[in-house]
Design a protein around this ligand. Structure first.
Ligand SMILES: Cc1cc2nc3c(=O)[nH]c(=O)nc-3n(C[C@H](O)[C@H](O)[C@H](O)COP(=O)(O)OP(=O)(O)OC[C@H]3O[C@@H](n4cnc5c(N)ncnc54)[C@H](O)[C@@H]3O)c2cc1C
Length: 450
Protein backbone atom coordinates (compact mmCIF):
# COMPACT_ATOMS: atom_id res chain seq x y z
CA UNK A 1 0.00 0.00 0.00
CA UNK A 2 1.49 3.31 -1.02
CA UNK A 3 0.19 6.77 -0.27
CA UNK A 4 2.67 9.18 -1.74
CA UNK A 5 2.15 12.93 -1.95
CA UNK A 6 5.40 13.66 -3.74
CA UNK A 7 5.80 14.63 -7.39
CA UNK A 8 8.50 13.01 -9.51
CA UNK A 9 11.41 15.25 -10.44
CA UNK A 10 10.67 15.21 -14.17
CA UNK A 11 7.07 16.32 -13.74
CA UNK A 12 8.10 18.87 -11.11
CA UNK A 13 10.18 20.52 -13.84
CA UNK A 14 7.07 20.82 -15.99
CA UNK A 15 5.11 22.27 -13.09
CA UNK A 16 7.90 24.80 -12.51
CA UNK A 17 7.89 25.70 -16.21
CA UNK A 18 4.09 26.21 -16.19
CA UNK A 19 4.28 28.25 -12.98
CA UNK A 20 6.90 30.58 -14.46
CA UNK A 21 5.22 30.80 -17.88
CA UNK A 22 1.84 31.62 -16.32
CA UNK A 23 3.37 34.30 -14.10
CA UNK A 24 5.46 35.87 -16.85
CA UNK A 25 3.08 35.57 -19.80
CA UNK A 26 -0.47 34.52 -18.99
CA UNK A 27 -1.23 36.70 -15.97
CA UNK A 28 -0.19 39.91 -17.78
CA UNK A 29 -2.17 38.72 -20.83
CA UNK A 30 -5.26 38.36 -18.62
CA UNK A 31 -4.92 41.95 -17.49
CA UNK A 32 -4.30 43.22 -21.00
CA UNK A 33 -7.15 41.28 -22.62
CA UNK A 34 -9.54 42.81 -20.10
CA UNK A 35 -8.29 46.30 -20.98
CA UNK A 36 -8.03 45.69 -24.74
CA UNK A 37 -6.50 49.11 -25.48
CA UNK A 38 -3.72 50.39 -27.72
CA UNK A 39 -0.83 52.66 -26.74
CA UNK A 40 -3.18 55.68 -26.86
CA UNK A 41 -5.71 54.06 -24.56
CA UNK A 42 -8.15 53.48 -27.44
CA UNK A 43 -9.98 50.12 -27.85
CA UNK A 44 -7.96 47.78 -30.05
CA UNK A 45 -8.90 48.05 -33.71
CA UNK A 46 -9.02 45.14 -36.11
CA UNK A 47 -5.24 45.21 -36.67
CA UNK A 48 -4.57 45.39 -32.93
CA UNK A 49 -6.87 42.43 -32.27
CA UNK A 50 -5.14 40.48 -35.02
CA UNK A 51 -1.75 41.27 -33.48
CA UNK A 52 -2.96 40.10 -30.10
CA UNK A 53 -4.31 36.87 -31.56
CA UNK A 54 -0.94 36.34 -33.26
CA UNK A 55 0.77 36.83 -29.93
CA UNK A 56 -1.54 34.31 -28.24
CA UNK A 57 -0.74 31.88 -31.06
CA UNK A 58 2.97 32.33 -30.32
CA UNK A 59 2.33 31.48 -26.66
CA UNK A 60 0.39 28.40 -27.76
CA UNK A 61 3.36 27.36 -29.88
CA UNK A 62 5.63 27.60 -26.84
CA UNK A 63 3.20 25.38 -24.92
CA UNK A 64 3.22 22.89 -27.81
CA UNK A 65 7.03 22.87 -27.86
CA UNK A 66 6.94 22.08 -24.16
CA UNK A 67 4.71 19.06 -24.93
CA UNK A 68 1.87 20.44 -22.83
CA UNK A 69 -0.68 21.41 -25.50
CA UNK A 70 -4.07 19.83 -24.77
CA UNK A 71 -2.64 18.26 -21.64
CA UNK A 72 -6.04 16.77 -20.72
CA UNK A 73 -5.87 14.44 -23.74
CA UNK A 74 -4.40 10.97 -23.90
CA UNK A 75 -1.57 10.11 -26.32
CA UNK A 76 -4.02 8.42 -28.71
CA UNK A 77 -5.54 11.87 -29.21
CA UNK A 78 -2.30 13.76 -29.53
CA UNK A 79 -2.02 14.91 -25.91
CA UNK A 80 0.68 14.00 -23.39
CA UNK A 81 -1.66 11.62 -21.50
CA UNK A 82 -0.71 12.87 -18.09
CA UNK A 83 -3.63 11.40 -16.21
CA UNK A 84 -5.97 13.25 -13.88
CA UNK A 85 -3.68 13.75 -10.89
CA UNK A 86 -1.03 15.54 -12.94
CA UNK A 87 -3.82 17.37 -14.71
CA UNK A 88 -4.95 18.65 -11.30
CA UNK A 89 -1.52 20.00 -10.48
CA UNK A 90 -1.35 21.89 -13.77
CA UNK A 91 -4.98 22.99 -13.78
CA UNK A 92 -4.67 24.56 -10.38
CA UNK A 93 -1.94 26.82 -11.78
CA UNK A 94 -4.05 27.70 -14.83
CA UNK A 95 -7.06 28.26 -12.57
CA UNK A 96 -5.44 31.50 -11.41
CA UNK A 97 -5.97 32.92 -14.88
CA UNK A 98 -8.74 33.41 -17.42
CA UNK A 99 -6.63 32.97 -20.55
CA UNK A 100 -4.55 30.03 -19.29
CA UNK A 101 -6.83 27.29 -20.63
CA UNK A 102 -6.89 28.97 -24.07
CA UNK A 103 -3.10 29.26 -24.14
CA UNK A 104 -2.73 25.60 -23.11
CA UNK A 105 -5.38 24.21 -25.47
CA UNK A 106 -7.62 22.99 -22.69
CA UNK A 107 -10.37 25.60 -22.61
CA UNK A 108 -13.98 24.66 -21.93
CA UNK A 109 -16.24 23.92 -23.70
CA UNK A 110 -13.84 22.56 -26.37
CA UNK A 111 -12.13 20.15 -23.98
CA UNK A 112 -15.33 18.36 -23.00
CA UNK A 113 -16.50 18.26 -26.61
CA UNK A 114 -13.21 16.70 -27.65
CA UNK A 115 -13.74 14.02 -25.00
CA UNK A 116 -17.24 13.41 -26.33
CA UNK A 117 -16.00 13.10 -29.90
CA UNK A 118 -13.15 10.85 -28.81
CA UNK A 119 -15.46 8.49 -26.93
CA UNK A 120 -18.51 8.54 -29.19
CA UNK A 121 -17.40 9.73 -32.63
CA UNK A 122 -17.03 7.66 -35.79
CA UNK A 123 -13.66 7.71 -37.53
CA UNK A 124 -15.06 10.22 -40.05
CA UNK A 125 -16.36 12.49 -37.27
CA UNK A 126 -13.02 12.32 -35.49
CA UNK A 127 -11.20 13.25 -38.68
CA UNK A 128 -13.54 16.13 -39.49
CA UNK A 129 -14.14 17.61 -36.03
CA UNK A 130 -11.85 16.13 -33.39
CA UNK A 131 -8.48 16.52 -35.10
CA UNK A 132 -8.99 20.19 -36.07
CA UNK A 133 -10.37 20.89 -32.56
CA UNK A 134 -7.24 19.43 -31.04
CA UNK A 135 -5.11 21.56 -33.32
CA UNK A 136 -7.04 24.65 -32.20
CA UNK A 137 -8.37 25.17 -35.73
CA UNK A 138 -12.05 24.58 -34.90
CA UNK A 139 -14.00 25.87 -31.92
CA UNK A 140 -17.12 24.21 -30.57
CA UNK A 141 -19.92 24.64 -28.06
CA UNK A 142 -22.16 22.29 -26.14
CA UNK A 143 -25.91 22.87 -26.34
CA UNK A 144 -27.86 21.06 -23.65
CA UNK A 145 -29.64 23.53 -21.35
CA UNK A 146 -32.93 24.98 -22.61
CA UNK A 147 -34.58 28.32 -21.82
CA UNK A 148 -37.41 26.56 -20.02
CA UNK A 149 -35.41 23.77 -18.37
CA UNK A 150 -32.00 22.87 -17.04
CA UNK A 151 -33.12 19.37 -16.19
CA UNK A 152 -33.08 16.64 -18.90
CA UNK A 153 -36.52 15.31 -18.01
CA UNK A 154 -38.02 18.64 -19.09
CA UNK A 155 -36.14 19.13 -22.37
CA UNK A 156 -38.20 19.84 -25.51
CA UNK A 157 -35.64 20.42 -28.28
CA UNK A 158 -36.17 17.38 -30.51
CA UNK A 159 -34.97 15.63 -33.63
CA UNK A 160 -37.32 13.58 -35.78
CA UNK A 161 -36.19 11.13 -38.43
CA UNK A 162 -37.43 11.88 -41.95
CA UNK A 163 -36.07 9.45 -44.52
CA UNK A 164 -32.29 9.52 -44.27
CA UNK A 165 -32.30 12.81 -42.42
CA UNK A 166 -32.95 14.13 -38.93
CA UNK A 167 -34.99 17.31 -38.55
CA UNK A 168 -34.01 19.34 -35.51
CA UNK A 169 -36.33 21.88 -33.83
CA UNK A 170 -36.21 23.70 -30.53
CA UNK A 171 -34.17 26.11 -28.44
CA UNK A 172 -31.03 25.95 -26.38
CA UNK A 173 -29.83 28.44 -23.81
CA UNK A 174 -26.57 29.55 -22.22
CA UNK A 175 -24.46 27.77 -24.79
CA UNK A 176 -20.99 29.01 -23.84
CA UNK A 177 -18.87 30.19 -26.73
CA UNK A 178 -21.65 29.60 -29.28
CA UNK A 179 -20.89 32.81 -31.14
CA UNK A 180 -17.31 31.80 -31.78
CA UNK A 181 -18.07 28.12 -32.41
CA UNK A 182 -17.76 26.35 -35.77
CA UNK A 183 -19.95 23.50 -34.60
CA UNK A 184 -22.26 22.60 -31.75
CA UNK A 185 -22.90 19.32 -30.01
CA UNK A 186 -26.66 19.41 -29.46
CA UNK A 187 -28.66 17.20 -27.12
CA UNK A 188 -32.10 16.53 -28.61
CA UNK A 189 -35.02 14.32 -27.64
CA UNK A 190 -35.37 11.53 -30.21
CA UNK A 191 -37.60 9.06 -28.35
CA UNK A 192 -39.90 11.02 -25.99
CA UNK A 193 -41.79 7.93 -24.81
CA UNK A 194 -38.76 5.92 -23.76
CA UNK A 195 -37.29 5.90 -20.21
CA UNK A 196 -35.37 9.11 -19.47
CA UNK A 197 -31.89 7.67 -20.05
CA UNK A 198 -32.82 6.49 -23.58
CA UNK A 199 -34.78 9.56 -24.62
CA UNK A 200 -32.09 11.81 -26.09
CA UNK A 201 -29.37 11.69 -28.74
CA UNK A 202 -26.46 13.96 -29.54
CA UNK A 203 -25.90 15.64 -32.90
CA UNK A 204 -23.04 17.55 -34.43
CA UNK A 205 -24.50 20.71 -35.91
CA UNK A 206 -22.37 23.24 -37.76
CA UNK A 207 -23.23 26.78 -36.71
CA UNK A 208 -23.61 27.99 -40.30
CA UNK A 209 -26.15 25.26 -41.09
CA UNK A 210 -29.47 26.61 -42.45
CA UNK A 211 -32.03 26.95 -39.66
CA UNK A 212 -29.48 27.61 -36.87
CA UNK A 213 -30.05 31.06 -35.39
CA UNK A 214 -28.33 32.74 -32.46
CA UNK A 215 -31.24 34.67 -31.01
CA UNK A 216 -28.90 36.64 -28.77
CA UNK A 217 -25.73 36.35 -26.79
CA UNK A 218 -26.03 36.50 -23.02
CA UNK A 219 -23.30 37.77 -20.72
CA UNK A 220 -23.11 37.06 -17.01
CA UNK A 221 -22.95 40.04 -14.67
CA UNK A 222 -19.53 40.83 -13.30
CA UNK A 223 -17.73 39.71 -16.43
CA UNK A 224 -16.70 41.53 -19.53
CA UNK A 225 -16.60 40.51 -23.16
CA UNK A 226 -13.12 39.22 -23.55
CA UNK A 227 -13.20 36.69 -26.37
CA UNK A 228 -11.83 37.86 -29.65
CA UNK A 229 -13.42 36.94 -32.91
CA UNK A 230 -12.42 37.56 -36.48
CA UNK A 231 -14.86 40.34 -37.14
CA UNK A 232 -14.05 41.93 -33.79
CA UNK A 233 -17.55 43.21 -33.10
CA UNK A 234 -18.98 43.60 -29.62
CA UNK A 235 -21.96 41.34 -30.14
CA UNK A 236 -19.86 38.38 -31.22
CA UNK A 237 -17.60 38.40 -28.20
CA UNK A 238 -17.66 35.55 -25.70
CA UNK A 239 -20.76 34.95 -23.63
CA UNK A 240 -23.42 32.28 -23.87
CA UNK A 241 -25.71 31.80 -26.85
CA UNK A 242 -29.48 31.59 -26.88
CA UNK A 243 -29.96 29.41 -29.97
CA UNK A 244 -33.02 28.49 -32.01
CA UNK A 245 -33.16 25.53 -34.40
CA UNK A 246 -35.90 25.70 -37.02
CA UNK A 247 -36.27 22.67 -39.27
CA UNK A 248 -32.54 22.06 -39.29
CA UNK A 249 -32.09 19.11 -41.66
CA UNK A 250 -29.17 16.94 -40.66
CA UNK A 251 -27.66 14.03 -42.54
CA UNK A 252 -27.68 10.73 -40.64
CA UNK A 253 -23.93 11.02 -40.00
CA UNK A 254 -24.60 14.05 -37.78
CA UNK A 255 -25.67 11.65 -35.03
CA UNK A 256 -22.91 11.46 -32.41
CA UNK A 257 -22.84 8.13 -30.61
CA UNK A 258 -25.78 5.78 -30.40
CA UNK A 259 -29.34 6.85 -31.06
CA UNK A 260 -30.88 7.25 -27.60
CA UNK A 261 -27.45 7.29 -25.98
CA UNK A 262 -27.28 11.06 -25.50
CA UNK A 263 -27.80 11.38 -21.76
CA UNK A 264 -25.55 8.45 -20.89
CA UNK A 265 -22.89 9.57 -23.40
CA UNK A 266 -22.93 13.11 -22.04
CA UNK A 267 -21.85 11.87 -18.61
CA UNK A 268 -18.33 11.42 -20.00
CA UNK A 269 -18.24 15.06 -20.89
CA UNK A 270 -19.95 16.40 -17.82
CA UNK A 271 -18.06 14.26 -15.32
CA UNK A 272 -14.70 15.22 -16.84
CA UNK A 273 -15.72 18.86 -17.05
CA UNK A 274 -16.83 18.96 -13.43
CA UNK A 275 -13.57 17.66 -12.01
CA UNK A 276 -11.60 20.00 -14.28
CA UNK A 277 -13.65 22.94 -12.97
CA UNK A 278 -12.93 21.78 -9.43
CA UNK A 279 -9.19 21.62 -10.19
CA UNK A 280 -9.25 25.19 -11.46
CA UNK A 281 -11.33 26.26 -8.45
CA UNK A 282 -8.38 25.20 -6.30
CA UNK A 283 -6.31 27.71 -8.28
CA UNK A 284 -8.84 30.52 -7.86
CA UNK A 285 -9.09 29.92 -4.12
CA UNK A 286 -5.31 29.69 -3.72
CA UNK A 287 -4.98 33.03 -5.44
CA UNK A 288 -7.67 34.55 -3.18
CA UNK A 289 -5.92 33.24 -0.08
CA UNK A 290 -2.55 34.60 -1.30
CA UNK A 291 -4.20 38.00 -1.74
CA UNK A 292 -5.75 37.83 1.72
CA UNK A 293 -2.40 36.99 3.35
CA UNK A 294 -0.58 39.83 1.59
CA UNK A 295 -3.31 42.27 2.53
CA UNK A 296 -3.39 41.14 6.15
CA UNK A 297 0.35 41.80 6.43
CA UNK A 298 0.15 45.16 4.63
CA UNK A 299 -2.91 46.89 6.09
CA UNK A 300 -3.08 48.46 9.55
CA UNK A 301 -6.01 49.32 11.79
CA UNK A 302 -5.97 50.70 15.35
CA UNK A 303 -2.22 50.56 15.57
CA UNK A 304 -1.63 47.03 14.40
CA UNK A 305 -1.58 44.94 11.25
CA UNK A 306 -4.77 43.17 10.23
CA UNK A 307 -2.64 40.03 10.46
CA UNK A 308 -2.34 40.59 14.22
CA UNK A 309 -6.09 40.62 14.81
CA UNK A 310 -7.48 37.35 16.06
CA UNK A 311 -10.67 37.50 14.01
CA UNK A 312 -8.63 38.03 10.85
CA UNK A 313 -6.36 35.15 11.86
CA UNK A 314 -9.43 32.95 12.35
CA UNK A 315 -10.68 33.81 8.85
CA UNK A 316 -7.27 33.08 7.31
CA UNK A 317 -7.06 29.78 9.17
CA UNK A 318 -10.59 28.77 8.11
CA UNK A 319 -9.76 29.56 4.48
CA UNK A 320 -6.53 27.59 4.66
CA UNK A 321 -8.24 24.54 6.15
CA UNK A 322 -11.13 24.60 3.66
CA UNK A 323 -8.73 24.96 0.75
CA UNK A 324 -6.43 22.14 1.89
CA UNK A 325 -9.35 19.77 2.46
CA UNK A 326 -10.90 20.64 -0.89
CA UNK A 327 -7.59 20.23 -2.73
CA UNK A 328 -7.00 16.81 -1.21
CA UNK A 329 -10.50 15.70 -2.12
CA UNK A 330 -10.03 16.86 -5.71
CA UNK A 331 -6.68 15.05 -5.92
CA UNK A 332 -8.19 11.91 -4.40
CA UNK A 333 -11.00 11.96 -6.97
CA UNK A 334 -8.46 12.45 -9.75
CA UNK A 335 -6.44 9.54 -8.40
CA UNK A 336 -9.56 7.35 -8.38
CA UNK A 337 -10.20 8.20 -12.06
CA UNK A 338 -6.59 7.38 -12.93
CA UNK A 339 -6.84 4.11 -11.03
CA UNK A 340 -10.02 2.83 -12.64
CA UNK A 341 -9.96 4.73 -15.95
CA UNK A 342 -13.75 5.08 -16.00
CA UNK A 343 -16.50 7.17 -14.47
CA UNK A 344 -17.76 4.46 -12.15
CA UNK A 345 -20.47 4.99 -9.55
CA UNK A 346 -17.82 5.47 -6.85
CA UNK A 347 -16.12 8.16 -8.93
CA UNK A 348 -19.37 9.91 -9.83
CA UNK A 349 -20.07 10.13 -6.12
CA UNK A 350 -16.75 11.87 -5.44
CA UNK A 351 -17.15 14.12 -8.47
CA UNK A 352 -20.57 15.23 -7.23
CA UNK A 353 -19.03 15.93 -3.83
CA UNK A 354 -16.15 18.05 -5.14
CA UNK A 355 -18.50 19.87 -7.53
CA UNK A 356 -20.67 20.84 -4.54
CA UNK A 357 -17.65 21.81 -2.44
CA UNK A 358 -16.14 23.89 -5.23
CA UNK A 359 -19.05 26.32 -5.06
CA UNK A 360 -18.97 26.49 -1.25
CA UNK A 361 -15.19 26.89 -1.00
CA UNK A 362 -15.15 29.54 -3.73
CA UNK A 363 -17.92 31.36 -1.94
CA UNK A 364 -16.37 31.26 1.51
CA UNK A 365 -12.74 31.95 0.66
CA UNK A 366 -13.36 34.66 -1.91
CA UNK A 367 -15.95 36.35 0.28
CA UNK A 368 -13.50 36.44 3.21
CA UNK A 369 -10.82 37.88 0.93
CA UNK A 370 -13.14 40.56 -0.42
CA UNK A 371 -14.23 41.40 3.11
CA UNK A 372 -10.64 41.64 4.33
CA UNK A 373 -9.88 44.11 1.53
CA UNK A 374 -12.68 46.43 2.71
CA UNK A 375 -13.62 49.05 0.12
CA UNK A 376 -10.72 48.01 -2.14
CA UNK A 377 -12.24 44.52 -2.23
CA UNK A 378 -15.48 45.92 -3.60
CA UNK A 379 -13.80 48.17 -6.14
CA UNK A 380 -13.04 47.22 -9.72
CA UNK A 381 -9.33 47.70 -9.01
CA UNK A 382 -8.64 44.08 -8.15
CA UNK A 383 -9.65 40.82 -9.85
CA UNK A 384 -11.81 39.88 -6.89
CA UNK A 385 -15.05 40.78 -8.71
CA UNK A 386 -14.35 38.24 -11.44
CA UNK A 387 -13.22 35.68 -8.90
CA UNK A 388 -16.36 36.20 -6.80
CA UNK A 389 -18.54 35.27 -9.77
CA UNK A 390 -16.95 31.84 -9.83
CA UNK A 391 -18.94 30.95 -6.69
CA UNK A 392 -22.45 31.24 -8.21
CA UNK A 393 -21.09 29.83 -11.50
CA UNK A 394 -19.82 26.74 -9.74
CA UNK A 395 -23.13 26.35 -7.92
CA UNK A 396 -25.14 26.25 -11.13
CA UNK A 397 -23.15 25.31 -14.21
CA UNK A 398 -23.00 21.61 -15.08
CA UNK A 399 -25.95 21.10 -12.74
CA UNK A 400 -27.05 22.94 -9.60
CA UNK A 401 -25.63 22.16 -6.17
CA UNK A 402 -29.04 20.86 -5.14
CA UNK A 403 -29.25 18.36 -7.98
CA UNK A 404 -25.72 17.14 -7.21
CA UNK A 405 -26.58 16.80 -3.52
CA UNK A 406 -29.63 14.77 -4.49
CA UNK A 407 -27.47 12.58 -6.71
CA UNK A 408 -24.71 12.25 -4.12
CA UNK A 409 -27.17 11.22 -1.43
CA UNK A 410 -28.70 8.60 -3.74
CA UNK A 411 -25.27 7.18 -4.54
CA UNK A 412 -24.31 7.16 -0.87
CA UNK A 413 -27.51 5.41 0.16
CA UNK A 414 -26.93 2.57 -2.29
CA UNK A 415 -24.22 1.40 0.11
CA UNK A 416 -26.66 1.00 2.99
CA UNK A 417 -29.63 -1.19 3.81
CA UNK A 418 -32.56 -0.45 6.11
CA UNK A 419 -32.69 -2.02 9.55
CA UNK A 420 -34.64 -5.24 9.52
CA UNK A 421 -36.71 -4.49 12.60
CA UNK A 422 -38.22 -1.55 14.45
CA UNK A 423 -34.97 -0.36 16.02
CA UNK A 424 -31.72 0.50 14.21
CA UNK A 425 -28.85 -1.99 14.03
CA UNK A 426 -26.87 0.28 16.37
CA UNK A 427 -29.65 0.46 19.02
CA UNK A 428 -27.80 -0.02 22.28
CA UNK A 429 -30.18 -2.56 23.88
CA UNK A 430 -29.74 -4.75 20.79
CA UNK A 431 -25.94 -4.39 20.91
CA UNK A 432 -25.94 -5.05 24.66
CA UNK A 433 -27.97 -8.25 24.24
CA UNK A 434 -25.58 -9.46 21.51
CA UNK A 435 -22.51 -8.51 23.56
CA UNK A 436 -23.91 -10.25 26.63
CA UNK A 437 -24.44 -13.42 24.66
CA UNK A 438 -20.93 -13.30 23.18
CA UNK A 439 -19.27 -12.51 26.49
CA UNK A 440 -21.19 -15.19 28.39
CA UNK A 441 -19.31 -17.60 26.15
CA UNK A 442 -16.02 -15.68 26.50
CA UNK A 443 -16.27 -15.64 30.28
CA UNK A 444 -17.00 -19.32 30.33
CA UNK A 445 -14.18 -20.20 27.94
CA UNK A 446 -11.52 -17.98 29.52
CA UNK A 447 -12.70 -18.75 33.04
CA UNK A 448 -12.52 -22.50 32.53
CA UNK A 449 -8.70 -22.63 32.59
CA UNK A 450 -8.15 -20.43 35.62
C1 LIG B 1 -21.27 30.18 -16.62
C2 LIG B 1 -22.22 29.17 -17.15
C3 LIG B 1 -21.91 28.48 -18.33
C4 LIG B 1 -22.82 27.54 -18.85
N1 LIG B 1 -22.50 26.92 -20.03
C5 LIG B 1 -23.38 26.04 -20.57
C6 LIG B 1 -23.11 25.43 -21.84
O1 LIG B 1 -22.07 25.65 -22.45
N2 LIG B 1 -24.04 24.57 -22.37
C7 LIG B 1 -25.21 24.29 -21.71
O2 LIG B 1 -25.99 23.50 -22.24
N3 LIG B 1 -25.50 24.88 -20.52
C8 LIG B 1 -24.62 25.76 -19.95
N4 LIG B 1 -24.92 26.37 -18.75
C9 LIG B 1 -26.20 26.10 -18.13
C10 LIG B 1 -26.08 25.20 -16.92
O3 LIG B 1 -25.72 23.91 -17.27
C11 LIG B 1 -27.43 25.29 -16.20
O4 LIG B 1 -27.52 26.62 -15.70
C12 LIG B 1 -27.58 24.29 -15.10
O5 LIG B 1 -27.68 22.97 -15.57
C13 LIG B 1 -28.85 24.59 -14.25
O6 LIG B 1 -29.97 24.73 -15.09
P1 LIG B 1 -30.87 26.05 -15.01
O7 LIG B 1 -30.02 27.26 -15.19
O8 LIG B 1 -31.98 25.85 -15.97
O9 LIG B 1 -31.40 26.08 -13.55
P2 LIG B 1 -32.64 25.27 -12.98
O10 LIG B 1 -32.55 23.84 -13.36
O11 LIG B 1 -33.88 26.00 -13.28
O12 LIG B 1 -32.32 25.37 -11.44
C14 LIG B 1 -32.48 26.62 -10.76
C15 LIG B 1 -32.48 26.37 -9.27
O13 LIG B 1 -33.55 25.49 -8.93
C16 LIG B 1 -33.19 24.71 -7.80
N5 LIG B 1 -33.13 23.29 -8.18
C17 LIG B 1 -32.90 22.76 -9.42
N6 LIG B 1 -32.88 21.42 -9.36
C18 LIG B 1 -33.10 21.08 -8.07
C19 LIG B 1 -33.19 19.84 -7.36
N7 LIG B 1 -33.02 18.67 -7.99
N8 LIG B 1 -33.44 19.89 -6.03
C20 LIG B 1 -33.59 21.08 -5.39
N9 LIG B 1 -33.51 22.28 -6.00
C21 LIG B 1 -33.27 22.28 -7.32
C22 LIG B 1 -31.79 25.17 -7.40
O14 LIG B 1 -31.88 26.22 -6.46
C23 LIG B 1 -31.23 25.69 -8.73
O15 LIG B 1 -30.14 26.57 -8.58
C24 LIG B 1 -24.04 27.28 -18.18
C25 LIG B 1 -24.33 27.96 -16.97
C26 LIG B 1 -23.46 28.89 -16.47
C27 LIG B 1 -23.80 29.61 -15.21
Amino acid sequence: MAIDFSVDAEFQQQIDWVEEFVRQEVEPLDVFVRMGTDANGQPLDRAGSRALRGYIKSLQTRVQEQGLWGFHLGPELGGPGLGQVKLCLLNEILGRTRMGPTVFGCAAPDTGNMELLAHNGTEAQKEKYLKPSMAGELRSAYAMTEPHAGEPGEFRCNAVREGDEWVLNGEKWFVSNAVAADFLIVMAITAPDKPLLERASMFIVETNHPGVEIVRNIHTFGTSNTSMTDDNTQVRRGGHGYIRFTDVRLASDALLGKEGGGFVGSQTRLSGGRIHHAMRAVGVCTKALDMACERALSRRSKGERLADKQMVQADLADSYIQLKQFRLHVLYTAWLIDTTGAYTREIRKEIAAVKITAAKVNHDIIYRTIHLHGSLGMSNETQLGDMWMSAPFMGVMDGSTESHKENLAKLMLREYAPSEDLFPTYHLPKLQAAAQEKFNRVLEEFGAGG
